[in-house]
Design a protein around this ligand. Sequence first.
Ligand code: MG
Length: 306
Amino acid sequence: MATLDGLPDRVSIYEVGARDGLQNESVVVDVATKIEFIHRLIASGLRAVELTSFVPPSWIPQLADAEVLLAGLGELDGRYPVLVPNQRGLDRALSSGVREIAVFASATETFAQRNLNRSREESLAIFTDVAARALDAGLAVRGYVSMCFGDPWEGDVQPAAVADVVERLVAMGCGEVSLGDTIGVATPGQVVALLDELRRRGVGPDRLAVHFHDTYGQALANTLCALQHGVTTVDASAGGLGGCPYAGSATGNLATEDLVWHLQGLGIETGVDLESLCRTSLWMAERLGRPSPSRTVTALAASLEG
Ligand code: MG
């Protein structure tokens, strides 16, 4: 097979459908369905699955069942982080036996205020304390940075502004930092500019993950560029679950199936069984009462039915 230069042999897919995906879906999914969904994701070969979020139940009613969900899932083999916004969320995560948490920072001031109800600086201060306590308890910590390329209120986001936040997350002990294109506006040149800026500051691609949204159809082009620049962890959402509430578009997260199809074609190992994953997304689409926005799920659906 012909191949491209500078690609890894293997990519770790970080599955966000159960958290980032479902939290942006309007149909509330019951906990038994979520448990089955997560078991099916794992059965299809995914080994890093973000499970839920310990935000106050009033913030995101869809994820108010976090404790019940974790108790129902039982012991799992792999990496299963949960999102934690503050100390109270960390208390809940620790009581539930979680081994990895994720904190969600913003590259821009406006999104920090709107999404976290705090300034960028205030939220980073809170995450610093949360991360310190989590690390003390033996947990791993992942950091997210949202609005890394563009922000609906502030427009273009400069690599230096993003890199400042990434450095703070690394300094507080985040083992991995995920660069989020929350509204899906990035194109490959911006991705390379940010990765170069981070490399100049000593944050190499081994510490990074990328989190692209497909609003303008650029998610896979951006992913390919990131892989050629050394990134080997890619966030994706089964079936493309989760529109982006800030982009005013139905197209949100990069679909895991589209990513797997892309990587398979390049001969890159993911450990994921594409057919099994598509069946799961078709099953979930039925429960949500709408078709999956994933091109790959749509293309394979006819041959998988029956
Ligand atoms: Mg997302």
